[in-house]
Each structure stands twice: as C-alpha cells, then as structure tokens.
Design a protein around this ligand. Structure first.
Ligand SMILES: Nc1ncnc2c1ncn2[C@@H]1O[C@H](COP(=O)(O)OP(=O)(O)OP(=O)(O)O)[C@@H](O)[C@H]1O
Length: 384
C-alpha cells in the first residue's frame, strides 16, 4: 500500500499545491486523482516517485518511508506514463520500450524480446517494432508509453493524464486496454485525470481534489455518485450523476418477456398461439435466434414476415452482464421504447419496456443495491 500521510507541498514561491493530503492507495487496484486544473494532482503524483519532494508529511510505500530508499531504486519500482507518451524520437518503438531493461543491464536481445512481448500485451502490432514514434498515431504512441512503463515489471504505475491528447474513440480503447492490463497484471495504478467520466470508469477508488490541493472526497465511484460529500463534489460530478450511477446496478434483476418474440419462419397459427402480450410490437428473430427487428402484430397475421419492413431494434444489451444504464439506453434508443436483451452469443433473450426498467431503477435505488465490482469483475468494466 502507498500511504500519503498528511503531505503538504509548498513551492519556493509560496504556492501551496497540496495541503495536508492523506490517502491510502490500495494495492493492485486503480486509484484516480481527479479535480480541476491546478488542484495539485500532478504534484501529488510526482511526490510518490520523489520527482517532487514533500515540504511536510510522509509517503510510506509498504510501510517504509519513501525517503529511506535511494531515489533510483524507488523510481525503478514505479513505471511513469505521461500525456503524449514522451517517447524518445530517435529510437525505434522496440528500443523505446526496451529502455529501462537496458538500463538495468539486460542484454539487447533479452530486452527486445521483452519489448515485443509487451507490444502484444498493449495491443500493438508487431510490425510497428522497427518504426519511429513519428510514424505512429497518437493513440499508438500512448500504448508504447504504457508498454515502456511496464517493461521492468514495476509493481506500481503512475499515469499523468495519459489519454488526454487523443480523440474520444481512441481514448475509450486505451481505457479498456488499461482495465484489461490491470486485471491481468494486478498493478497498483495511480492515475491522474481532470475528466470525471474517466475517473468513474477506471477508478477502484477516486480521490476528488479541490483547488489548493485539499481532498474533497475519497471513495469508490458508486459511492461518489450516490453520496457526494459536498456541493463542490456534486457540481464536479455534473448534472447527469443519477444516470451515470445506473452503471453500477446490474440488469440481472430485469424481468425479460419472451412472449413478444417470434421467429421469422413462424406460421400464422404459431403467432396466434403465442397468447396475449403487453408488448405493442413483436420482435422478429432470424433462424439463428438473433433479433432482426420489430413488427406490428397485425402485419404478421399473414404468417409471412417481410424482413425489409421491420422497425430497427436499435442496440441490444447483454442480459445479466450489462448495467441498468445500458438497458435504459437501449430502451430510449429503440423506436418502440422496448429494449432487446441478448445472450452472450447475440441471440434474443427477451424484451423489456422502459416502464419495467424504470421500476427496476426505483427498486434498485430503494434497496441501495449498488454493486461494487471486485478486482476480478473489473475486467467486465471493459465491456461497458
Ligand atoms: N514548480 C512550481 N512552482 C510553483 N508553483 C507550481 C509549480 N508546479 C506547480 N505549481 C502550482 O501548483 C499548483 C498545482 O499544480 P499541479 O500541476 O500539481 O496541478 P494539476 O492539478 O496537476 O493541474 P492540471 O490539471 O492543470 O495539470 C498550481 O497552482 C501550479 O501553478
């Protein structure tokens, strides 16, 4: 564990960047430092690897004062990733990643073999190995930055706004990759961002800092969204806090209806025999069980389904795995107002109305049934 114990940083000009900050950063999880510009996030991160020395207070790594070990040893145990990756422009990708192992005295072959292994781990094609950084996109360079930080297998990764400079789609890919890597390798990650969505998505624990480097709240994301400590945190979380909180409720409790589902080869008799259903539309599935689209029940009485005349079903959610937020989103986007649930293979598992989802949301809130994902479940966050 990294214990930040009543740490203050006063720069020589008198600026108090961090003010009596205390945080216990748990092992093998992602702790996010988030807050507005200038609130002391970077300063805090840099005090952990002693690029900045605290003015007061102590930082303990596994119970030992970080000042008691040589600074080089400390830094070697902590990979460091920054915005724009900070790669060596005159070195190939493979040699960028091999930098720290080479410094540690590994042979060139061994260091390069390790670098190639890491390229695969962070989702970089092996063909990039001999390229130079300028021949890669921003997102690919960021992956190289992560691979380089992981090269000597440090237990801790410090990441300072690593994904801020890339577009939203690439950024989502990098975030998913980081969650996957963390679930696989179990690193202790301290991650700085000013983006609350990124903090909620990635963080096992989230520390919200306010200007002046004071801690406003330190909590798991679900708790942050349900119980913001004060008006500052509430404001920082934004207006759609309630919707975002739904990400922490599972869709598993939703009652899925199967009576409104008909296969495309159903006869008029089979359709009529399905009995009454509350659904105003029927969901038509292909022979493989995958949804094709919605049809008005009357249009099916001829017993012949014209696939071209079906209403699109929007995006399905995966029953049991996805959150209530995902289910609600599907219902809102569906032209019929009903969400389609599929199984892991994409076959229709049932349909559910906006009203039923609304009831489930009320029930979940009433029961306070937030699901705190365990580290093993963190990988699921990758999906949605
Ligand atoms: N070397 C320095 N000398 C004096 N003041 C500094 C120095 N470095 C940072 N500061 C000040 O300390 C405060 C915290 O800076 P820091 O970079 O830690 O904030 P941050 O939360 O990471 O900000 P941002 O999100 O904008 O990167 C700011 O007011 C900044 O101007």
């Amino acid at each position: 564990m990294i214990r930040i114990d009543s740490v203050t940083k006063r720069y020589p000009d008198g600026t108090v960047a961090v003010d009596r900050l205390s945080l216990d950063i748990p092992d093998r999880s992602i702790t996010v430092l988030v807050g507005p510009s200038g609130c002391g996030k970077t300063t805090t991160l840099r005090m952990i690897n002693r690029m900045v020395e605290p003015s007061e207070g102590t930082i303990l790594i596994d119970g030992v004062d970080s000042r008691q070990q040589p600074v080089n040893t400390l830094r070697r145990s902590m990979g460091y990733v920054i915005q724009n990756a900070g790669l060596f422009q005159h070195r190939t990708i493979v040699d960028n990643i091999a930098t720290v192992p080479r410094m540690l005295g590994w042979s060139k072959d061994k260091a390069r073999a390790r670098a190639r292994e890491l390229m695969e781990r962070v989702g970089l094609d092996a063909s990039f190995a001999k390229r130079y950084p300028y021949q890669l996109s921003g997102g690919q360079q960021q992956r190289v930055g992560v691979a380089r930080a992981l090269a000597a297998d440090p237990p801790v990764l410090l990441m300072d706004e690593p994904f801020s400079a890339v577009d939203p789609v690439v950024r989502k890919g990098l975030q998913d990759e980081l969650l996957r890597i963390q679930a696989e390798l179990g690193k202790t990650i301290v991650f700085v961002t000013h983006d609350i969505d990124e903090a909620v998505k990635l963080g096992t624990m989230v520390a919200v800092l306010r200007t002046g480097g004071r801690l406003a709240q330190f909590a798991p994301p679900a708790e942050l969204l349900s119980d913001p400590a004060d008006a500052f945190v509430e404001d920082f979380l934004g207006a759609d806090r309630g919707i975002r909180r739904l990400s922490f409720f599972s869709s598993a409790g939703l009652e899925l209806l199967t009576t409104p589902i008909v296969a495309i080869d159903s006869t008029a008799e089979q359709i009529a025999a399905r009995g009454a259903t509350d659904a105003p539309y029927l969901l038509v599935t292909g022979l493989d069980g995958r949804p094709l689209g919605w049809s008005e029940p009357g249009a099916l009485t001829a017993g012949r389904v014209d696939a071209d005349r079906l209403l699109p079903y929007g995006r399905p959610f995966v029953a049991e795995r996805d959150s209530l937020r995902a289910a609600l989103d599907c219902a809102v986007l569906s032209p019929t107002g009903w969400a389609v649930a599929v199984d892991a293979e994409g076959r229709a598992a049932g349909v559910v109305s906006q009203t039923a989802i609304g009831e489930a949301i009320r029930g979940a809130h009433a029961a306070g049934r937030e699901e705190q994902p365990s580290p093993e479940e963190t990988a699921q966050k990758v999906i949605r």
